[in-house]
Ligand binder design. Structure first.
Ligand SMILES: [Fe+2]
Length: 144
């Protein structure tokens, strides 16, 4: 089942919220291409785009946190690093499976629910538990 952005996910910063919306779309795209792993290039392209944008988004979020003087920046950066490591490990595992043209597509198909479940939790847990702690920051006027 695809996931959709919902108001409970709103942090209150337009750039961060629109990045989260796009990351959700990318996870839905991964879910879609996993139905057709016989086209490994599509699976790889979707995973690579998710990785590229997650990296870009985490950097953007950290820049915003610096600009707003966010107190938990170090912890948050650390969490982003761990999230990217977990994503790297997952992508590496899928690509390794797909490298075998005989059994790869079937292996990936069999794991597709587990993969998309992991990615949904990977993003949504971070947004709700960690990013949401920033919401207070954006409710106050920003003085630079
Ligand atoms: Fe974050």
């Amino acid at each position: 089942m695809p996931i959709f952005w919902r108001p409970q996910l709103k942090i209150g910063n337009e750039e961060i919220d629109s990045d989260h919306r796009y990351l959700i779309l990318l996870i839905n795209t991964v879910e879609l291409v996993l139905r057709f792993p016989e086209n490994p290039k599509h699976v790889e392209a979707a995973l690579d785009e998710l990785h590229r944008y997650a990296e870009h988004h985490f950097e953007r979020e950290e820049r915003i946190q610096i600009a707003w003087g966010y107190r938990h920046l170090d912890d948050h950066k650390n969490e982003h690093r761990k999230l990217l490591e977990a994503l790297d490990a997952l992508i590496g595992r899928v690509k390794l499976a797909l490298a075998d043209p005989t059994s790869g597509p079937e292996t990936v198909k069999a794991q597709s629910q587990e993969i998309t479940g992991f990615l949904r939790k990977w993003l949504i847990d971070h947004v709700l538990k960690s990013d949401m702690q920033m919401a207070d920051l954006f409710r106050k006027p920003h003085i630079t």
